[in-house]
Design a protein around this ligand. Structure first.
Ligand SMILES: *Cc1c(COP(=O)(O)O)cnc(C)c1O
Length: 382
């Protein structure tokens, strides 16, 4: 290799420049402590953007999932369903609550939860008298799950839905913003997401009472008494006023970031979709993905190279790429957990992990940087 070129990251933070204004505001008012104007303003702006009644901003997306489970009364020994093809953060809060996960496969059209597998899993659960306390549906890499079908199945059994939209902020489905279909929606502002506060998350809902209770649980379940009264266990999960200032500056440019990520996807698609064995993550009709990460599968029999060959070749050029999430049912942490494949004998998420990779997709990526990535991948096909 010649001289080492600058590293290209999978998904780098991309500031708007307005973040400093809101941080300074907090400093000027000496409103450094948790809560304050930035927190309130970010909650209002996020609810308005999403088209829901309210939002509670928190220290992480994981905290939001945890508090959603608490709201729904999920506790020791309860069952909770979750998409299997996801980052572990979707399911860790199930374990925090001492509940038992059941993992559900993806469908090929969205890479997200298979309505057919969910239907089978709920049917079995009803028969055993063990309906889940919640179903956690994940919108992977920006693509919405088939939320209308999934909601209909869950409503049929009276089971509430937590929509993990940590990766799909800014995406749309059937004309509505992603994250607004479930009883609760979860967003993340972690450093690698489409917008970031360096770390943070949010719970959104049309149930404003539940959101008030979320804020209460997130501040140590502190009851309004001079001496601080406590009757139940709480958490320290609130977002600080400084961090919320970053969030305000970021939310202002969210639509721009979606357009930039979609442009990154379009350039990859144009350059690589004609290669043998290559298939890009689909975009379901009626949906608009934020294309947080460009994901694709490579069939090595047809392509002559594997997804791991590509990741390795990119790595040698100081470019970060990664396999698609390793499904939770394949993780040692969830060994022995019940799993429902898309069809008997056909696990879609296993195939996506076996062949899938994510390419660098930062909104700040230049065309020159993207040409570097494309050049390496094309080189392997020559
Ligand atoms: C990032 C992510 C989370 C967790 O968000 P944090 O803010 O990092 O806690 C949850 N689910 C999915 C699918 C994610 O990608």
């Amino acid at each position: 290799m010649s001289e080492q070129q600058d590293r290209i990251f999978l998904s780098a933070p991309h500031m708007s420049g307005n973040e400093q204004t809101y941080i300074h505001e907090a400093f000027d008012q000496n409103w450094i402590a948790p809560l304050g104007n930035n927190v309130n303003a970010l909650e209002e702006a996020l609810a308005a953007y999403s088209g829901v009644e309210g939002a509670a901003v928190l220290s992480s997306g994981t905290a939001a999932i945890h508090l959603a489970l608490r709201q729904l009364g999920v506790g020791e020994g309860d069952v909770v369903f979750c998409s299997s093809l996801t980052f572990v953060a979707s399911a860790n809060p199930i374990l925090y609550q001492g509940a038992r996960p059941v993992l559900v496969d993806s469908e090929p059209e969205t890479w997200n939860m298979s309505p057919a597998a969910l239907e089978r899993a709920l049917g079995d659960a009803e028969e055993r008298g063990e309906l889940p306390g919640a179903v956690i549906v994940v919108n992977l890499y920006g693509q919405s799950a088939r939320m209308d079908a999934l909601m209909e199945v869950c409503r049929g059994y009276g089971v509430p839905v937590i929509e993990d939209a940590a990766e799909s902020l800014g995406s749309e489905y059937l004309g509505r913003k992603s994250g607004t279909f479930g009883d609760f929606g979860v967003f993340s502002f972690n450093g690698n997401k489409i917008i970031t506060t360096s770390g943070g998350g949010a719970l959104v809902s049309n149930d404003v009472e539940a959101l008030d209770r979320t804020r209460f649980l997130a501040t140590q379940a502190r009851e309004p008494a001079l001496h601080y009264q406590h009757s139940e266990v709480g958490y320290n999960y609130r977002m600080s006023n400084i961090v919320a200032g970053v969030g305000r500056g970021q939310l202002e440019v969210l639509d721009e970031r979606v357009a930039q990520r979609r442009a990154v996807f379009a350039r990859y698609y144009e350059a690589l979709s004609g290669r043998p064995g290559v298939a890009f993550m689909p975009e379901l009709e009626g949906s608009k993905s934020n294309r947080w990460l460009t994901a694709l599968t490579v069939d090595p029999e047809k392509a002559g190279v594997s997804h791991l060959d590509i990741i390795e070749a990119l790595g040698a050029e100081n470019i970060e790429a990664r396999p698609v999430w390793k499904s939770l049912h394949l993780q040692p942490l969830f060994e022995g957990v019940a799993y429902y494949p898309h069809e008997e004998g056909w696990s879609v998420s296993d195939e996506l992990f076996r062949y899938g990779l994510c390419l660098p997709s930062s909104s700040s990526m230049t065309e020159g940087e993207q040409d570097r990535v494309i050049g390496v991948v094309e080189g392997l096909f020559e």
